[in-house]
Design a protein around this ligand. Structure first.
Ligand SMILES: [Zn+2]
Ligand SMILES: [Zn+2]
Length: 161
């Protein structure tokens, strides 16, 4: 299957000649989207706003998506839900952006939303991804998944916790 390389590329060219303060709200819903170079998302949904500012364009977004992951406790594969809220300023190139580490408004008028969505989702990635809040994990003695089975060590494990 052929991959679409930048499925979240968005035309913002028509903002260039709009007055400061002009904004538009958008919604995104995508059942499966791959973000270069490494992030496969499922059920991506979110809302975002582009606003014309003095410096350029301000992107404000809130997104939620699922990724394939492994539970840190029981090691089973599961779909983890990630969410993020962020702001990103894209400045026009003729501004003195050298001193800042800001994104630049692309001259072709297309911004790839995939990049900030990926960056901020991974930034907000929980350190401890678990399949469910009451996941029982695996037995440290024999390795059985305690969500599905019990073992002879279960009793002593509970005492030591
Ligand atoms: Zn688990
Ligand atoms: Zn055991």
């Amino acid at each position: 299957m052929e991959k679409i390389h930048y499925p979240l590329r968005t035309n913002i060219g028509y903002f260039f000649n709009k007055p400061i303060g002009f904004f538009r709200d958008f919604e995104v819903v995508n059942p499966a989207v791959f973000i270069e170079p490494d992030l496969q998302l499922y059920n991506l949904s979110g809302r975002y706003t582009f606003s014309r500012t003095r410096e350029g364009l301000l992107l404000q977004g809130a997104f939620e998506a699922e990724i394939d992951s492994y539970c840190n406790r029981c090691l089973d594969p599961f779909r983890a839900i990630l969410s993020t809220e962020f702001e990103e300023l894209y400045v026009f190139e003729n501004r003195t952006q050298e001193e800042f580490d800001e994104e630049v408004v692309p001259e072709d008028g297309y911004i790839d939303l995939g990049k900030p969505i990926r960056d901020y989702l991974l930034l907000d990635l929980p350190i401890n991804l678990i399949c469910k809040p009451d996941c029982k994990g695996i037995c440290v003695e024999c390795g059985v998944n305690l969500n599905r089975e019990t073992c002879e060590h279960t009793a002593s494990r509970i005492i030591f916790e």
